[in-house]
Each structure stands twice: as C-alpha cells, then as structure tokens.
Write a new protein. Structure first.
Lengths: 52, 557
C-alpha cells in the first residue's frame, strides 16, 4: 500500500503567519503563560496560608 | 424532585437536540461531517475542547473530591497551560497544513502506513473502551439519584446523542458543546452561590473557609517530591504537562476539535484560551466541593452518600452495625459542631491554637466514622469500592437546592455526559471511516458514499456505547482497568508524535519498534511498580524517543 495524495483542499490560511496570536512572539507568549501560572500558584499559596 | 425540575430537564434535552440538528443541517461531504468545513471560530472550538474533556464525572466527582480530600487535585492541571503553548506552536500548524482528518493520518505522511494503522488502532481500542465507560459511570450515578432504571438512563443519554450527532456530524456536536458548556457553568455557579447562602446567618463565607482550612481542605499546594503520591506540585507541573500534551496533541477526540478551526490562528487561540481558563475553573469546582463541605459542618450530612447502597446495608445482615455507626456519626457530628462554634467564637485561628487542636481532633473522630462506614459498605458488597465521592454533590443538590434548580443541575450532568461522549463518538467514527474504511477497505469511492458510511459509523459507535453501558455493571473490577487504559497508551503516542514533529532524522522503522518497546515498559510499570500513572506518560515518551534514537543508530540508517 502506498500513501494516497491528500484529497482535502488547503484551509484558508494554511500558509498564515508564523507569529504568535498573542504577545507578538512565541517567546513573549511562553513568558506570559509562565508569569500567569506563577501568579495563579502564588494566589493559591496566599489563599492556603490565609485560611489553613 | 418536583414537576418543574422534570420540565427544566426535559426542555434542556429537547433544546440540545433541536439546536444540534439545526446547526448541523447542511453536510454534503465528510469534510463538512467530520471537520465542520473548517468553519469554527476560536471561542466555539475552545468551549468544545473543554466540553470534550469535562465528562459528567468531572462535575460530580470533582466537588466530591473537594469535600473529601480538599483542593490539592487542582495541581494536576498546572502543566496544562504550558502544554497548550507547546501544542499551539507545533501540533496545530502541523495538523492544519497537512490537510488531515485525523492525527494518525499525519503519521502516514511523516513515517509510513504502518505507523498510522498502529496509532489509529491503539486509539480505537483505548477510546472504544473509554466511550462505554463515559456513558456508564454518570448513568449509574444519575439512575441512583433519580430512581431511574440504569438501562433507561444510558439509553436516554445515548439516544439523544445519536440523534443529533448522526444527523449533524461535528458541526452539531461542537455547537451543542458550546450550549452544553453554558448550561454546565451556569449550573455550577448557581450551586456554589446556594451552598454559600445556606450557611447559618451568623457564619460568613470567610468563617466557613477558616473551618475548612483547619480541617485540611484548603491545602492546595504540596511541594514534596514523591513519585507514588498522585497529586503534588511536581507531578502536576511535569507529569501534567506530558499528559496534557499527550491528550490534546495525540488523542483524536481533541485533535478533531481544533482541526475544525477556521484557521491556524483560530485553533491556536482556542487552545490558549483552554490553557488560561482551565486551572481557575477546576479551582472553582473544587471550591464548590469545599463550600458543600462547610455547609455540612453545620447541617448533619448522611453517614454515607450513596442512597441505594445505604438502603441495602440498612435492610441486610449488617443493619445492626449500620445503626451503631449512625448513632456514633450523630454524636461525633454534634461534638464537632459545638467545637466549630467555639473555634469561630475564639477569633482568628492563629490566636487560638488550643481550640484549633481540639477542632482537628473532633473532625478526625468524625472522619473515622466515615472510614468505618466505607469499610462496612465494602464488607456488605465486595464489588463495591466503598467510595461515595460521586454521590456527595448530587445528594446536596437533591436535598438543598430550590425547585427548578435541581432540574437545571441534573440537566447540567446530562449535558456533561453528552458533551464528552459525543466528542469521543465523532473521533471514533472519523478514525474508523478515514483511517480504516477509506484507506484500507474501500478507497476511491465517491463523497456521498463516505458520508453515508460516516453516519452509519457514528450511529454504530453510539449504539455500541449504550450496549457497553448496559453490561458494564457485570465487569466489576475491570471497569477501573478500563478507566485507566487511556493513560497506558498516552506516553507511547506522545513519544511517536514528538519524533514526528521534532526529530526528522528518525524514521518509521526505528519509531515503530521503539513504540512497542515503550509500551512494554509502561505496561511493566503498571503491572509491577507503585509509580503513579501520571508518570507513565513521561516514562513512555522518554523510552520511545530514546529507543528510536538507539535503534536508528544501531541500524546505521
């Protein structure tokens, strides 16, 4: 058996930009997500020590 | 459950079917049927991704976990935002631009047909077992709580899904996901506010959190590094990243969701939204469990939350032991309530370590009675796991929510069952038709033929899931094995896809045999060690990548 050609037409932006959809660059997005995660964990820690 | 609740439940189910059929009314080929003509906006895809992942058990057992074990389960989701960014960078453009219907079709383009068939068959086996369970587990809980026959509950859920999924395909499924998530989130928010509003007038929400905190329910973070402990910060951030990458990047039930995005950008936005919203959402669902826990510190809870098992024990040979535990439960509850009042009256917890110590002791006496009851349930019925966590939240809903809202909350559980099951059904039908039927059995037929076969495939998997749910009760302990079967394959699948995306030097031969080695290692870990299943993904993935590199080097290709 051999691989058949793809019968599906390409999507509207199959060659769209390589840029991140947010924060301008992928590095910026990674950094933003890590900051977001760190902020969430810090808030959870504050929550934990406030009521524990 | 009053007439208005039944009306709300029936109306919601009818609205889901009608909306699904309306949205999915135009399908001319399998591109429309399985990929919604790649027409979906990011917010529809995002909610569909969340709805597919969130089964009814998520919404019944997660508050139950918050009640019984506290908030630490949220750590399991810490790796998810990281995984979403990685997949947005790699998997989304790779799948979109190669024009595939399934994630496994991509592997044929990258490696060979053997890899496509291997991964597709692994998915069909794992998810095929899982889809039956995803109807069975909530049907069991709902039938106990509503007093319905189990067969009727699973037939209603499965039948509704078959109607709109078969006629409307993925368009119907994803638009109903959108609607179902709105019902689910509204129901959860209402339950949270009702639980808080039912606290005694002189007890504030902050007071209730102080009590829950003193009893260990607000311990969110655990930084200990113990591979046998399921929920720690490290297993969440490392194991959680791998499991999220495996689930969202290699499981067709998720890949299919973002393949329907209008563009690479829309699909990326959907994954990133999921990454941002998931941790706070799970935190709030666990907090709902803690709110129910706080409420039950002032109102006596049932000794055991599963009503049918309770009735069976009460009427059987262990009735005397049950009565003894029930009396002891009442005594320990009253003692604990008095202690809570004194603890709250004494001011801030830090200023009254003596009160806090006595409260913790009273709480542990109460917990001991619950543990004894769990042991009695197991003794009375050896097939029971003695775990009533799935019933805690629904028991609260039935007994304390106002009329109308009970119907909404049950609609919410039905909607969650339908949302996860329909996502899985569409993925199973796509793999069966595109990877097996169109590729191996009958290539080259016209679109109309494939569309008819696709509808038959969707209906077949729906009927199979209902049939599985009917017999699942007889499977006993096998059910648990079925439930974790997916996690046994994810690591290997992730290893294969990581090689496909990143290590272009490694070919199909080395990767195929490395996948079999990786799977053997994971199964050995499951069979012969106590390592938590969260780590299987890391182990399986690392073994596949390492073995493929070694095999390629040895073969000199």
């Amino acid at each position: 058996l051999t691989t058949p050609p793809n019968t599906r037409p390409p999507g509207p932006d199959d060659h769209a930009d390589e840029r991140s959809p947010l924060f301008g660059s992928w590095g910026g997005l990674y950094a933003a997500v890590l900051v977001f995660l760190a902020a969430l964990i810090t808030l959870m820690y504050i929550f934990q020590v406030s009521f524990a | 459950v009053k007439t208005i609740d039944w009306a709300v439940l029936a109306l919601t189910l009818v609205a889901i079917v009608a909306y699904g059929m309306y949205r999915g009314r135009r399908n001319r080929d399998i591109r429309g049927y399985f990929l919604a003509d790649r027409s979906m906006k990011w917010y529809t895809v995002a909610l569909s991704i969340m709805a597919t992942q969130a089964s009814a058990i998520t919404f019944t057992s997660t508050p139950g976990l918050g009640y019984a074990d506290g908030m630490r389960f949220v750590q399991y989701y810490f790796g998810l935002p990281i995984a979403m960014v990685i997949l947005a960078v790699t998997a989304v453009p790779a799948f979109h631009r190669s024009g595939v219907y399934t994630a496994y079709e991509y592997l044929e383009n990258r490696f060979d047909l053997r890899m496509r068939i291997l991964t597709s068959v692994i998915f069909l086996i794992g998810r095929g077992l899982g889809v039956g369970f995803s109807i069975y587990a909530p049907s069991l809980v709902l039938s106990v709580m509503l007093g319905w026959d189990m067969s009727l509950t699973s037939a209603v859920i499965g039948g509704v899904i078959i109607i709109y999924a078969t006629s409307g395909g993925v368009k119907a499924i994803q638009w109903t996901h959108f609607q179902q998530m709105i019902v689910i989130l509204s129901g959860m928010a209402i339950a949270f506010f009702v639980a808080v509003s039912l606290l005694p007038p002189d007890v504030s929400f902050a007071d209730s959190l102080r009590v829950a905190g003193a009893m260990g329910r607000l311990k969110v973070l655990d930084f200990s590094f113990d591979p046998n402990d399921r929920y720690t910060f490290w297993s969440g951030i490392i194991g959680g990243t791998f499991i999220a990458m495996a689930y969202f990047g290699t499981d067709q039930s998720q890949v299919q969701r973002y393949l329907t995005g209008q563009s690479v950008r829309q699909s990326r936005m959907a994954l990133l939204f999921n990454g941002i919203i998931k941790v706070p959402m799970q935190f709030m669902i666990l907090l709902l469990g803690v709110a129910v826990f706080s409420f039950y510190q002032f109102v006596e809870p049932p000794l055991y939350f599963n009503p049918s098992e309770t009735e069976r024990i009460r009427a059987g040979e262990f009735s005397a032991e049950y009565s003894r535990l029930e009396s002891w439960h009442h005594v320990t509850f009253e003692a604990k309530k008095t202690m809570i009042r004194e603890y709250l009256g004494a001011g801030a917890g830090e200023a009254s370590p003596g009160w806090r110590k006595r409260l913790v002791e009273a709480a542990s006496r109460s917990e001991k009675v619950r543990a004894d009851m769990s042991a009695l349930a197991k003794q009375a019925d050896p097939s029971s796991d003695g775990n009533d966590v799935n019933f805690i939240f629904l028991s609260f809903v039935i007994h304390y929510l106002p009329a109308g809202f009970i119907g909404l909350l049950f609609a919410c559980i039905f909607a969650a069952t339908m949302s996860s099951t329909s996502g899985e059904l569409s993925a199973l039908a796509t793999c069966s038709v595109v990877d097996v039927y169109r590729r191996l059995v009958r290539p080259g037929a016209d679109e109309r033929h494939y569309l008819i076969v696709s509808r038959i495939g969707m209906a077949f998997w729906g009927i199979y899931a209902i049939a599985f749910a009917q017999f699942a009760g007889n499977l006993g302990a096998l059910i648990e094995a079925v439930n974790i079967v997916g996690s046994l394959f994810y690591g290997t699948m992730l290893g294969i896809f990581l090689i496909a995306f990143y290590i272009k030097r490694l070919g199909g031969w080395a990767t195929f045999w490395a996948a079999l080695i990786g799977e053997a290692v994971v199964l050995s870990c499951a069979g012969f060690t106590d390592i938590s299943w969260l780590w299987y993904n890391v182990i399986g993935c690392a073994t596949v990548v390492g073995a493929a590199a070694a095999l390629q080097w040895v073969s000199g290709e």
